[in-house]
Write a protein that binds this ligand. Structure first.
Ligand code: NDX
Length: 256
């Protein structure tokens, strides 16, 4: 049966960090080509409805850690912290896989990015799940540790902001519509990338709560992946809408 190989965790986390830097260098100047940043002349055949695409892409991030948790033999009963933290990760991806896609009104998603996105979700789902289920050691009172409690709080806050902002974005369109409007309300009052801000807060909270290399690597990856995207969204809005609120920032309220 599977065992913890610390060198594997270190290697996979480092590669995730390297991928994050690669993303940053690729996407600081040009945005990743989906949603409002997809080029018009793209072949329509190379796309899948947003609903299927997001479901397929995010499913492994739920399935892989959930299976690792369920199938571990002997079952991991101690400590509670590991299972709780693994459940938090799965909980987010339950939302992202089984709820978010069924309500999205997004444009069809490029197959090529779907493929890479899915690979990424398998990779990261395995890394986070494997670490928490086979490697992590926490004292039995980890649930009362300041890192666990403050991290959990940030995770929940971020998740709340993310889900609420996704909802506000969805309500900008009627079913079947594909136009872009100025997002209003919630944290969009302060930033163009409110959903991204929530997601970033969420994964840094998760990293603090798990206090682990893989989770910090993933939080860093998230920052490098959707941070630049928030900046490109912001520029798109400024270019497209002359009446775009002047005080609104790109990603971090009042700062940037
Ligand atoms: N999926 C994470 N890299 C990604 C997909 C793309 O969950 O090759 C990373 C994720 C993947 C990426 C994933 C990994 C890296 C990849 C990348 C593609 C290339 C890259 C594979 C897996 C790569 C290397 C080099 C390393 C191999 O029509 P539409 O779709 O624009 O409609 C949108 C709508 N909307 C509006 N409607 C009306 N008016 C407006 N003004 C509107 N603005 C937007 O709202 C959508 O239907 C919806 C949301 O749009 P948007 O653009 O704000 O968010 P989106 O980027 O689609 O993300 C959706 C949610 C969001 O909550 C975000 O936080 C979360 O997913 N997310 C997204 C990306 C990554 C991620 C989380 C993470 O890293 N944790």
């Amino acid at each position: 049966s599977m065992q913890c190989v610390p060198g594997l965790v270190l290697a996979l986390s480092s590669l995730l960090g390297a991928l994050a830097l690669l993303q940053l260098s690729l996407y600081l100047r040009v945005p990743s080509r989906y949603g409002k940043h997809e080029e018009r002349l793209c072949r329509p055949r190379g796309r899948l409805p947003a609903r299927c695409a997001w479901f397929l892409q995010e499913l492994p991030s739920f399935l892989v850690p959930a299976l690792l948790l369920a199938l571990r033999s002997p079952p991991r009963l101690e400590p509670l912290g590991c299972r709780l933290l693994c459940c938090l990760f799965c909980w987010h991806y339950f939302y992202r896989t089984f709820i978010y896609p069924f309500f999205t009104r997004g444009r069809p998603f490029p197959l090529q990015l779907l493929f890479f996105g899915m690979l990424f979700c398998i990779y990261n789902g395995f890394l986070q799940g494997y670490y928490l289920i086979y490697c992590a050691e926490y004292p039995n009172d980890w649930c009362t540790d300041i890192r666990f409690t403050s991290g959990l709080l940030l995770f929940l806050l971020g998740m709340g902001i993310n889900i609420h902002s996704d909802l506000l974005l969805r309500q900008l369109r009627k079913p079947g519509e594909v136009t872009y409007k100025i997002p209003q309300g919630g944290l969009f009052t302060y930033v163009s990338g409110a959903n991204y801000f929530g997601e970033i807060v969420e994964w840094f909270g998760f990293a603090i709560a798990t206090w682990s290399l893989p989770a910090f690597a993933f939080a860093f990856f998230t920052l490098c992946c959707i941070g630049p995207r928030a900046y490109h969204h912001h520029r798109y809005y400024l270019k497209t809408f002359t009446d775009y609120p002047k005080s609104r920032k790109a990603l971090i309220p009042f700062v940037f």
